[in-house]
Design a protein around this ligand. Structure first.
Ligand SMILES: C[S@@+](CC[C@H](N)C(=O)[O-])C[C@H]1O[C@@H](n2cnc3c(N)ncnc32)[C@H](O)[C@@H]1O
Length: 476
């Protein structure tokens, strides 16, 4: 990694383009400019605050700056840059240096701001740095101390910025932060639980394309407002999602789900786990083959050997036991969208896609490779096809309903849709809603029909009836 890149990482330097400020933030605040002190505690070159001055008449600018603008940063070079930028807007240098200050604002809150004539409106794009990265890299380990004491449990530098604002009771905030604040689980459950008890989200603009030059992090602009009375209650807000299209939808954040956005899929999984779930094993490995050598011959693809066009095929020789096991488990999971319409995540028949019987891992396991799935107890071919159709139907239903928000964005690309990744634990949980082991013989046809017809409504009530049966929990 070059020194510039490293420094960008360490300080989380991703400056917000002024056009983003003008398009998405300025319209929200322009009528209240004289009502607040405009603060950025992580100001970089001042892009999120200084352009406000363009709306202030020349003869009022200096006074306005003095009473209404404060910028901070921990790096001198950016303080100088912000001062230069303020000067360009007609602020004299001696006044600019008063309100643009060097400070580590994660460590120390500039408390004097709380005693000014106007309340604080904090607009910022704070540094982002995940604690896992901080702990592993020598250049960033100094930050670990920020996460001690009362800050224990937070997962990223941006969360510390937010929690400091919460502690000071800041009434209004606009944060540009990783979208994982809204959609993440373990990385952001705590910050949402703590922060959203005291503050509500008025709206959010969620970017699914890059807005910063140097980072692939998905970000959202979140508009927060302090609640009159702190309370855990459902939050509704309008989110505008920007990718190739602009889509709006109302998000519902429920305290019980740690206020996590796009949690409809997880809710379905939790509520519909079968009382008698299937056991699932992933991967056919080289070790399995070595342990089960024999005279039975079978064709597989080598998941670690993709020649740019297709996976290399190979013949393996194994005992009857493994031979039967491979042949009787006909499905694999594709965990990553390929980008084409036919290449979406889902369960597929190995034979249909690769024209072999198995998928062998010869080197490291990758969660993004095609992965053969082994089920216990074994299912018949018909039942596995039913599982495949069931899995893909439910998955596509929730992808459509939530715009795939329960999945991780895999990579920015120019494909027809945003490519996503589905975690293996989600795959397992979805398979474990499949009620095959508790279906009575006379229910199988009906269940099959619901899936073939894509009758989601009836399917959901059927699942509820089957999986929700308390007495069957004996097997759970
Ligand atoms: C993501 S940049 C954003 C800058 C600006 N808000 C913008 O949107 O253009 C984050 C800034 O925070 C500064 N920073 C990082 N750690 C800081 C700390 N502990 N105290 C104050 N500023 C810090 C960095 O130097 C960097 O300029």
């Amino acid at each position: 990694m070059g020194t510039a890149t490293k420094k960008r990482r360490v300080y989380g330097e991703h400056f917000t383009p002024i056009r983003i400020f003008k398009e998405f933030i300025l319209p929200e605040i322009k009528d209240d400019l004289y009502q607040y002190v405009w603060v950025d505690l992580f100001a970089g070159e001042g892009n999120l605050i200084l352009p406000i001055l363009e709306l202030i008449p020349n003869n009022k600018r200096i006074n306005f700056f003095r009473n209404h603008i404060f910028l901070f940063d921990v790096q001198d070079e950016f303080i100088e840059k912000s001062i230069e930028n303020a000067i360009k807007y007609g602020i004299p240098p001696d006044i600019a240096v008063e309100n643009i200050r060097h400070m580590d604002t994660i460590k120390t809150y500039p408390n004097f701001l709380l005693n000014l004539e106007f309340p604080i409106y904090h607009i910022t794009n704070p540094p982002y740095l995940y604690i896992g990265y901080i702990a592993k890299n020598s250049g960033t380990q100094v930050y670990l101390e920020y996460f001690r004491g009362g800050n224990e449990g937070y997962q990223d530098l941006y969360q510390l910025g937010m929690i400091n604002d919460l502690r000071k009771g800041i009434p209004k905030m606009i944060y540009i932060i990783p979208s994982n604040f809204l959609f993440g689980a373990s990385v952001s459950n705590k910050i949402r639980d703590d922060f959203l008890k005291y503050n509500t989200i008025k709206k959010a603009i969620i970017f699914e394309k890059e807005i910063f030059e140097y980072t692939g992090t998905n970000v959202a602009i979140c508009f927060f407002e302090k609640k009159d009375i702190p309370k855990n209650e459902i939050i509704f807000f309008e989110g505008t999602k920007i990718n190739k299209l602009i889509q709006k939808r109302v998000y519902t954040l429920v305290p019980k789900n740690h206020y996590r956005a796009g949690s409809e899929f997880e809710k379905f999984l939790d509520e519909n786990r079968s009382p008698k779930p299937l056991g699932i094993n992933y991967y056919l490995t080289k070790m399995d083959v070595e342990k089960n050598k024999g005279n039975f011959e079978i064709t597989v693809i080598d998941a670690n050997n993709f020649n740019g066009k297709e996976y290399e095929k190979m013949l393996i020789h194994i005992n009857k036991n493994l031979y039967d096991r491979i042949r009787s488990n006909i499905l694999f999971i594709r965990t990553v969208d390929t980008g084409s319409i036919n290449g979406r995540i889902g369960l597929f028949k190995i034979k249909d896609v690769y024209n072999v019987n198995g998928i062998l891992v010869t080197k490291a396991r990758y969660r993004t490779h095609p992965i053969q799935i082994f089920l216990t107890p074994p299912l018949s071919t018909e039942e596995q096809i039913l599982l495949k159709n069931y899995f893909n139907l439910i998955l596509e239903y929730f992808r459509k309903k939530t715009d795939s928000e329960f999945m991780t964005t895999y990579k920015y690309s120019n494909s027809e849709y945003t490519r996503k990744y589905l975690g293996l634990s989600q795959v397992k949980k979805l398979i474990q809603t499949f009620p095959i082991l508790i279906l009575k013989d006379n229910e199988k046809d009906y269940f099959n029909e619901l899936i073939i017809d894509g009758n989601i409504k009836e399917l959901f009530s059927f699942l509820k009836m089957k999986n929700g049966k308390k007495e069957l929990n004996l097997w759970g």
